[in-house]
Design a protein around this ligand. Sequence first.
Ligand code: ZN
Ligand code: FE
Ligand code: FE
Ligand code: ZN
Length: 282
Amino acid sequence: MNTPASTTVPAQGAGAALPPDYHLHTPLCGHADGDPAAYRVAAARLGLEEICFCDHMPSDGSYDVRHRMGLGQYQAYRAMIVELKDGRAPEVLFGLEADYYPGCEEFVRRLLGQYPFDLVLGSVHVLDDWVFDNPAERKRWDTADVTAVWRRYFDNILRLARSGLYDVVAHIDLPKKFGHRIGDRGLREIAAPALDAVAAAGMGVEINTSGLRRPVGEIYPSLPVLQLMHERGIPICFGSDAHRPEEVAENFPTALALARQAGYTERMRFRDRKKRMEPLPS
Ligand code: ZN
Ligand code: FE
Ligand code: FE
Ligand code: ZN
């Protein structure tokens, strides 16, 4: 076994056994409620050591402009989060949930170059003109070839990894959100090349509990995917994808149990887009 408990911060309060929450949104995205300060109060109550805001990046205008901050609000986003960096616990990190789609690279590179981020999550929410996880566009699933969607999705995750632009893949099996699953065997075969690319890029993957709030009723990723990740040495962190303060660190004990079940004993900690490993809370 690795990492003696003496290297960890001493446990304090009821929630000391919870890892940091690295995926929080803000009202700037237009579909979240509560000031960042309220998310932080919620995190403090749970005894979290640190949190990271990763709101949806602005669009280049080609997709989903309505569910994210405008380019003109990007600076306000930065200012809003930096204001919370006051040296008190829980520490507040500045991150971004950045989309990937083929051709986005120059735009994303420019956005990421503007500010010093602590963590950049990479997400695939859009396939061509379809925001496949948007409830308003859910009908398109009815006529979709589900396996083909999963293949295209993971092909984009592979490209996301090869772009070298992101630190951590968010909700890596997102196509299951509304319950459009494929069998575990097919899933493993489709996901493996993308996971190889994630490992080769030295990236991590988040364990995202928001799937438990969705029709699928399951954490992202499922255990079979998590096991493939563990085999490849892909490190993890934890995110609630909270869009309201009550959702901060929601279901983290379940997520921790799932991580341990897949064989994980450590998680990532981020600062200035550099990671180091820390033991999972005992
Ligand atoms: Zn959102
Ligand atoms: Fe997302
Ligand atoms: Fe999110
Ligand atoms: Zn998300």
